[in-house]
Design a protein around this ligand. Sequence first.
Ligand code: GSH
Length: 220
Amino acid sequence: MIDLYTAATPNGHKVSIALEELGLPYNVHALSFDKKEQKSPAFLKINPNGRIPAIVDRDNDDFAVFESGAILIYLAELSGQLLPQDRKGRSRVLQWLMFQMGGIGPMQGQANVFFRYFPEKLQGAIDRYQHETRRLYEVLDTRLGEAEYLAGDYSIADIASFPWVRIHDWSGVSVEGLEHLQRWIAALEARPAVQRGLLVPRREVDDAKAVKTAQSMLVR
Ligand SMILES: N[C@@H](CCC(=O)N[C@@H](CS)C(=O)NCC(=O)O)C(=O)O
């Protein structure tokens, strides 16, 4: 059994979607950012970075994994699915996974910070992160014009990018003109496991409350 520590955010959804796709049994521990549960001493033993998501594999000596990309790799290897074993196939998945972890996640995350949460309106910062996110979407779009999914077959690379790309409106980034990306978004949205994963955990707060909490978490 896997214990999943999560919240209703893109990085959390990557893992709940993967668990649903892989058919692995799991317990959900929904952490409240409002109560700063992600910074509690007990959780910091699981994830020293004090962020979600994290997992603990109860069937393997309570092995803990943090960082969503590392969790996706761990789960794919545990189940032998969504990550090919041949060197090139595996590398293709890891390239697109790293592209998400090092590119889309941080850039779109900062677009959210400056567009939605930051107390001052810093237009230069908003433009920088929104333009960079759009540029990364264009890279995805070009790739999806050549292949059905990012690494060829459906994989953890798609699962990593989708929860971010789907909230492009929230980040103020358009997907207009990116036909292949739009086709891919629709294909992922239609997958029952993706739909189930997006409902984990049940969202307890509305947008306004989430914005207030995110604002209070900004370290300045
Ligand atoms: N690189 C990390 C990022 C994790 C992350 O930023 N999680 C956010 C939610 S999407 C979080 O826990 N924020 C709460 C906080 O910063 O205290 C990963 O991919 O797992």
